[in-house]
Design a protein around this ligand. Structure first.
Ligand code: C5P
Length: 398
């Protein structure tokens, strides 16, 4: 529920703006009040009157409306909200946000606010994938802006791919996570997730089959209990959770660097399937087969152990560090040994023999190994595992 929460909802100028009208309804059903702000371009897609009628509030469109400045200045407007939501966030609006522009009411509010900002990007697939947009998205993530989507899907322009705005219910879930008043409110949790890719040469890499589904679910569940979550993910196929700060990395070394710069944290959950090795001295050109029948030797070195480094004693060590163990046999014995070896507090072990269908699947059967022993949970969905684990984290930090 969002009872008593105030959302400043900025409409960018995109065809997905019609979905944001529905978002107003959904937010109000949850008890939130919504103040709509429409950019000039947004008004080409939806009318201020529809937004105002659905919100039952005044709609703001113009920075230089002196009456409004007398009633409520833009600074006050940007701060009266509990959360600022931009939906749809167009490529242009994202570029302005990343560059710190303030040339209309929407961008000025975004610069002036002292509240968290959540954006739901929506644009053509090529515009989303354009290096400029990807640079801007990375900058916004680094600035602490929360993302809901975009998702893969067919678009109004007839193309298919990432760039479609999340559905109103998904944006609502991300808003609820961002505003959650749960037992983890005020806590910062780092979650690592997905595989890492270790380059062999400019076109090839070492990888594994981790989808990142369990890590995403854990991040979502922790955010749902009110935590501020930094989600450091390798190139995973699972959708990124909304309402968390997403940091995208590729290699184990980059994951370690991202985790270090996200410190301090109250807890760290290392769900990533980090590659064990990287290739030393990667060639700058693609390795060619020479027809001799011999395979080029790869000079491999061990990757840094992120979990072990986070777990090491020191002033920055999170109160709770949780590791994962993907095992194919002697699950409890191996997990118990791993807990001691890594120095973490808990190990969540799962049986990843191919016949279990767990790796890449939607279910998980885990055994949680702590200082008090091993607790085997029945097989359940990865979302349920995440909720149960997040609840245990909240209890441990309380
Ligand atoms: O050593 P192993 O890969 O079996 O341990 C699994 C646990 O250690 C997982 O929690 C994983 O995220 C973490 N890990 C890590 N850095 C590595 C290897 C594993 O954080 N280089």
């Amino acid at each position: 529920m969002l009872n008593g929460k105030r959302i400043l909802l900025i409409f960018g100028g995109g065809i997905a703006a019609f979905k944001s009208l529905d978002l107003i309804r959904r937010l109000r059903e949850q008890g939130a009040s919504v103040t709509p702000v429409l950019t000039r371009a947004a008004q080409e897609f939806v009318t201020p009157l529809s937004a105002s009628a659905l919100a039952a509030e005044k709609v703001y469109t113009d920075l230089f409306d002196l009456t409004d400045e007398a009633e409520m200045g833009h600074i006050e407007l940007s701060r009266a909200a509990d959360l600022v939501v931009v939906a749809p966030a167009t490529a242009d609006l994202m570029a302005k946000m990343a560059g710190g522009h303030a040339d209309d009411l929407a961008t000025t509010l975004l610069m002036a606010t002292d509240k968290r900002v959540l954006i739901a990007p929506a644009m053509n697939v090529r515009m989303w994938e354009h290096p400029a947009t990807q640079r801007n998205a990375a900058q916004l993530r680094a600035d602490g802006v929360l993302f809901a989507g975009p998702v893969d899907g067919s678009m109004a322009c007839g193309e298919f791919g990432p760039g479609r705005m999340s559905e109103p219910m998904e944006i609502l879930a991300a808003i609820e996570a961002a505003l959650a008043d749960g037992p983890l409110k005020g806590r910062h949790v780092i979650v690592t997730s997905g595989p890492t890719h270790e380059p062999i040469d400019p076109v090839r890499y070492i990888a594994n089959r981790s989808s990142g589904a369990q890590g995403s679910a854990i991040a979502r569940a922790l955010a749902g209990l009110g935590a501020r979550v930094t989600f450091v993910t390798g190139p995973a196929t699972a959708p990124r959770p909304g309402g968390v700060t997403v940091v995208e990395v590729e290699t184990a070394q980059q994951m370690l660097d991202a985790v270090k710069s996200a410190h301090p944290a109250d807890a760290a959950i290392c769900a990533a399937a980090v590659a064990d090795w990287h290739v030393v001295n990667q060639p700058e050109s693609k390795i060619k087969k020479d027809g001799s029948g011999t395979i080029p030797p790869l000079d491999l070195a061990e990757n840094p152990d992120i979990l072990a480094q986070i777990s090491a004693k020191g002033p920055d060590r999170p109160t709770l560090v949780v590791g994962f163990a993907a095992e194919t046999d002697d699950v409890i014995a191996n997990a118990t040994a791993k807990r001691a070896r890594k120095g973490c507090d808990w190990i969540v072990a799962n049986d990843v023999r191919p016949e279990t269908g767990i790796m890449g699947g939607s279910e998980n059967a885990v055994t949680v190994v702590t200082a008090d022993g091993a607790d085997s949970w029945p097989r359940m969905s990865k979302d349920q595992v995440a909720m149960r684990l997040a609840t245990l984290v909240a209890e441990a930090l309380s």
